[in-house]
Ligand binder design. Sequence first.
Ligand SMILES: Cc1cc2nc3c(=O)[nH]c(=O)nc-3n(C[C@H](O)[C@H](O)[C@H](O)COP(=O)(O)OP(=O)(O)OC[C@H]3O[C@@H](n4cnc5c(N)ncnc54)[C@H](O)[C@@H]3O)c2cc1C
Length: 415
Amino acid sequence: MRIAVLGAGLAGVTTAWCLSRDGHEVLLLEKSARIADAASGANGGIVSASRAFPWPSPQMLKTFLKALVRNDQSVRVYPMRWDPEFWSWGLAFLACCNAASYAQLLARKVRYVRYSQAQLGRIAEESGVSFHRKQGGVMYLYRTQEALEAGVRKMAPMKAFGFPFRVLDGRQAAQIDPGLSRAPIAGAVFSETDESGDSAMFCRELAKVCESRGTEVMLNCEVKGIAVQGDRVTHVETSTGRLAVDGAVAALGIIDPHLRKSLGAELPIYPVKGCSVTLPIVEPQRAPRHAGMDESKLAAYCPMGDRLRLTGGAEFAGYGRAHRAEDAQRLVRLAEELFPGAIDGTRVEARACLRPMTPQSTPLFGTGRYRNLWFNVGLGHMGWTMASGAAAITADLIAGRPSAIPLDGLLVRRA
Ligand SMILES: Cc1cc2nc3c(=O)[nH]c(=O)nc-3n(C[C@H](O)[C@H](O)[C@H](O)COP(=O)(O)OP(=O)(O)OC[C@H]3O[C@@H](n4cnc5c(N)ncnc54)[C@H](O)[C@@H]3O)c2cc1C
């Protein structure tokens, strides 16, 4: 089939790869001038399967409600409080913030991320792309003994799911990662099967391999709409012309609301903004070897070759992509505090990007009103961890193969 993949972030590029592997003629359409220019271009880099905690939880209920009235916590809601789209999303989110829903979502998400991490390994091996992949564990840091103990309790369900992790004091953490020897931490949980890498590099390299195998990569090509006949999409309308297709995959990240209305499916996806800084490493001996997360500051760090990436923050502020200078500065200060002397804090690449979140924090697949328009959307806060599985599932659905994992709760509804 001739299939257009709409959007070239993690979801789109991995889907293009899997469809090309299945022998389809693939067109990869991207409105930006380069691949992975949105959320997939500046994320935290951690493949954090052992942290597949659903966002909606009884604890998050309190945080979210507080965020509606104050803006001094990790989750922030900005003045678009009267945005109906936000409220409809927020109510669906709050409906999942109970113990029963949490347990169900956790089991679903763990099954899914395990599958996805295996698919990432498969794509990496088959394609041969390099992306500063670092396997062998991720550090989750705690500043006090009390916080470390709470962190270990939080991991209990993941232990029950079989994720291996070690509880370390500060000295033991520095033995595994000497970059942490000056970090002000009481200890860490080291998740041994988590890994990290540069998802932008992964996408760009993978797109090149796809192109070399016949995929047509079309940059600066904005999807404006679809043309349909009955229950089938016949063409994709773009800024550079009309393309006849046998099918299409929407992998559009947050999805422009105008376009969303025409796609024939319920797509409860809301942007949740995060800040990202990338800094040059000037003293490699002082930089981290493994990626990690400072749990007390809710910020992630990840070495990517000769650069260090830090990300943090979760802001409901509409579709704007501007970042606030103080958020970026906070991340730079954190890098200097954890890894003194490792980075040059004056040469900062700072930006914000938008997580395409569903209320359940799990993605959506399948078809809505049009039976040849598939969705691969809602990768949310863990899209690097979840994209390769999402692509494999999408390719299976298109091929009519049974999916490797159950898809209950992961299918879009027709609008
Ligand atoms: C600050 C931050 C930190 C994160 N850290 C992690 C992490 O450590 N680990 C992890 O697993 N996940 C992380 N994530 C999540 C992850 O980055 C996202 O889930 C993932 O990038 C989403 O990929 P996507 O392809 O769905 O969306 P995107 O990367 O946003 O891609 C969508 C693409 O579609 C294109 N597009 C949109 N509209 C059109 C149109 N009309 N026509 C053509 N093209 C269009 C866009 O330009 C874009 O390139 C983080 C996210 C953020 C914001």
